[in-house]
Design a binder for this molecule. Structure first.
Ligand SMILES: O=P(O)(O)OC[C@H]1O[C@H](OP(=O)(O)OP(=O)(O)O)[C@H](O)[C@@H]1O
Ligand SMILES: O=C(O)c1cc(=O)[nH]c(=O)[nH]1
Length: 214
């Protein structure tokens, strides 16, 4: 595990973003851990999160014309990352996000921000079964733009629609890379070294991984 990954796990624990317990996921699975980026909920916390994302994007080398954040949690992610990206690189990339419900007055529609054009990189918090990314790809393609990659905070390393990982499915189906800041394996590595801080958690996560992991 890289130093920045260890720092990111500590940071997520400090902010209460990475939690242990019993959580119902969008996929219907019941998970013993949850990663809620909505709890990076102050300016300073969100600013630091944006720097982690921007650094992951820069290191990935993905050619990026527009950043896209799916509602709702993708909205602060794309805002914070575009600010950090401009500060780190001097390149002022446009960004956009969607509404979950279409608006029928004013400017109307579901897309807000810059027009989707060229290579569009999706920023989301987690990929579990891949539903959210599939929806984002459809929105980007409908705008005649190209989905160029995905940056996420956590790869939960779970099965998607079949026995493959949701991320491999996305990478193979759309021919674009998925870049996580951390993975479930990093969390398990952290818990293995710090098991005494959190009794029982490692066992519960290992059992969950045996059932849904890849
Ligand atoms: O890979 P998947 O199975 O799609 O699961 C992951 C998605 O689920 C959550 O979104 P949700 O739609 O719950 O929205 P939110 O951003 O409004 O919390 C999460 O923010 C991811 O986008
Ligand atoms: O699969 C999900 O719904 C999900 C998992 C997770 O860890 N965090 C989150 O916000 N959603």
């Amino acid at each position: 595990m890289h130093d920045y990954q260890q720092q990111f796990i500590r940071y997520a624990l400090e902010c209460g973003v990475l939690r242990f317990g019993e959580f119902q996921l969008k996929s219907g699975r019941t998970s013993p851990y949850f990663f809620n980026t909505g709890l990076f909920n102050t300016g300073a916390k969100l600013g630091r999160l944006g720097r982690f994302y921007a650094e992951a994007l820069i290191q990935s080398g993905i050619k990026t014309d527009v950043l896209y954040g799916p509602a709702y949690k993708g909205i602060p992610l794309v805002s914070a990352t575009s600010i950090a990206y401009a500060e780190l690189t001097g390149s002022d990339i446009p960004f956009a996000f969607n509404r979950k419900e279409s608006k029928d007055h004013g400017e109307g529609g579901t897309l807000v921000g810059a027009p989707l054009a060229g290579n569009v990189v999706i920023l989301d918090d987690v990929i579990t079964a891949g539903t959210s990314v599939r929806e984002s790809v459809e929105i980007i393609r409908a705008a005649q733009a190209t989905p160029a990659g995905v940056v996420i905070a956590l790869d939960r390393q779970e099965k998607g629609l079949d026995e493959r990982s949701a991320i491999s499915e996305v990478e193979e189906r759309y021919g674009m890379p998925v870049v996580p800041i951390i993975t479930l394996a990093n969390i398990i590595g952290y818990l293995t070294e710090n098991a005494r801080e959190l009794p029982g958690v490692l066992e519960a996560i290992t059992a969950y991984r045996d059932r849904y992991g890849v």
